[in-house]
Write a protein that binds this ligand. Sequence first.
Ligand SMILES: Nc1nc2c(ncn2[C@@H]2O[C@H](COP(=O)(O)OP(=O)(O)OP(=O)(O)O)[C@@H](O)[C@H]2O)c(=O)[nH]1
Ligand SMILES: [Mg+2]
Length: 320
Amino acid sequence: MDGGHATVGPVAFSLLKKFGRSVAHTARATFSRAGGLFCRHRLTLDRLEDLEATLHAADFGRETVVQVLEAVQQAHRADRQLHSQKIAEIARRVLLKILANAEGSWKIEKPPEVVCLVGINGAGKTTTAAKLAIRQLQQGKAVLLGSCDTFRAAADEQISRWGERFHLDIIHSQRGGDAAAAAFDALSAAVARGKDLLILDTAGRLHTKINLLDELKKLQRVLHGRMPGGNFHRWLVVDGSLGSNSLEQAKTFHEAIQLTGIVLTKLDGSSRGGALVAIHRTLGLPIYFVGCGEGPDDLCPFSVKNYLDDLLGPETDICD
Ligand SMILES: Nc1nc2c(ncn2[C@@H]2O[C@H](COP(=O)(O)OP(=O)(O)OP(=O)(O)O)[C@@H](O)[C@H]2O)c(=O)[nH]1
Ligand SMILES: [Mg+2]
């Protein structure tokens, strides 16, 4: 079993701690801009504007910002001395409702299952493919990596480097070749080798380029044709530092290939992270993992509790 927060054990624990640190960083980057809004201070009307600006800066999306502000204003009418801690609690309640079904829970049921990673250039697809493969191998699964980025010269080399370091089984592709044909070959190999999981790394593509999205559609058709009735997952890898633009990407990719999940990367950087709320709210897609570094262990199952604890929780150190 993988995904969600059900995994236990020391490895999972350290991953969760790491996840916590990443989001705390996000929180610091965003909430500190409003001068420690959720700390010490009592709410005044100008601070309410600060709160609004902070929530916008965190890329939660307009509807969510309005919802949090309305809830805070309502509480403020009842208690003119509304404490920052209380504001955090209110924000938590609103976000918790929005994210109620956001935790992706994934268990391989029909091997070989296929996880196809898609997204714009540089989002973190190849790194996520390798990290996910390593993670699944550690959990005893037979994993094959399919390199379907036939576009970028260094793509195959990049995945080969991961393969050499971590003994990953890889099906390589030809530069300039047909990505759908590469996916077909990889799936055939996964079936022949009795794999539990095939992870497909695809070329980065702008969500505004129709022909590139058509290529992805073709790739999906070919996979379904090769293994009718199989379990195919289509996860969008989203760069957590890109903010509200991520929602537009997610919408277009979803329209093209009906995404089944999200992986949010680079939460360890100065990322804003809140776009995850906007994407989930708009498309209802589960979030399976967050990338919190460039190392092999830096892929953490998404946990709503951790996310909110680190963003708003009482133990947070964002006011220092
Ligand atoms: N800090 C950090 N860096 C990451 C993370 N995920 C990926 N990166 C880095 O982001 C850069 C791009 O990652 P790739 O995995 O090559 O991205 P990609 O989506 O495959 O890129 P293209 O194939 O060019 O579209 C690399 O330098 C990665 O090491 C993450 O979670 N945290
Ligand atoms: Mg790549």
